[in-house]
Write a protein that binds this ligand. Structure first.
Ligand code: ZN
Length: 241
């Protein structure tokens, strides 16, 4: 048994017993951890107030034989601007759900952690409507699942790429097309995202709602394909949107 300290995003919580909660944390150095916050549902609990989903916090844990126990929390950022917008909350929740479903417990993934933190900070202080779509494609890159966007996955031609098929691994030309149709502009945006030019990609989408929607729905569809299930938060986003 030992104690540990790490920076973590509080991804979700659920009730256990009379007054406790299980907290699902995505930490920088220890990956996803489930830990008990004892007494955190009591109204007087300082711990409970600091363990709100979406908080970025410095967390102290006692690692027992089974579940870890949270012994201290210092909030680093509670992303106040995200909490003031339903659209931003839904996007942040979808991002956290993607990370939660893609990761196993106790497996460090610093690249994914940095990606989530940067996306939440952008959502909070530097909002771009295309941030969720771009996040999906960056996640695919980090996980080694980058789709092919510069040539047809079936025949290899770079001419007239008109469709996208997650099961085939990316873009398809007019002759081979299956899956969903994709615009030339969307393919160009994906190219920018995969070549480290995220700022330009977000800028080009900032006044193009249809393109933003196309990138987001494509990104979500590919993530859902790899997960083998639908994202619950994104269904809510569509209902509210
Ligand atoms: Zn082809």
């Amino acid at each position: 048994m030992s104690s540990l300290q790490d920076v973590a995003v509080i991804m979700r919580t659920y009730k256990i017993g009379e007054a406790d909660k299980i907290i699902v944390l995505f930490t920088q150095n220890h990956g996803k951890i489930r830990a008990v916050a004892k007494g955190s549902r009591k109204t007087t609990s300082k711990l409970g107030a600091r363990l709100e989903p979406l908080n970025l916090a410095n967390v102290m844990l006692w690692q027992g034989r089974n579940l870890a126990t949270i012994t201290g929390v210092d909030v680093i950022d509670n992303f106040t601007d995200i909490r003031e917008s339903l659209e931003k909350i839904m996007m942040a929740t979808t991002m956290m759900e993607i990370i939660d479903k893609l990761t196993l417990d106790d497996q460090e993934n610093d690249a994914l952690f940095q990606l989530l933190i940067k996306a939440l900070m952008t959502l909070d202080k530097n909002f771009s409507p295309a941030i969720l779509g771009a996040f999906c494609f960056r996640v695919l890159m980090v996980e080694g699942l980058t789709p092919q966007t510069d040539a047809c996955c079936a025949c290899g031609t770079a001419q007239e790429l008109t469709a996208f098929n997650a099961a085939m691994g990316g873009a398809l030309c007019r002759n081979c097309q299956s899956g969903q149709l994709i615009s030339k502009q969307a393919l160009d945006i994906l190219g920018l995202i995969f070549n480290g030019r995220l700022g330009k990609a977000l800028y080009l989408c900032s006044h193009a709602p249809e393109l933003t929607h196309e990138i987001e729905s494509l990104g979500i569809n590919i993530i859902e394909y790899h997960l083998g299930q639908k994202l619950k938060s994104h269904l809510n986003l569509k209902t509210w949107g």
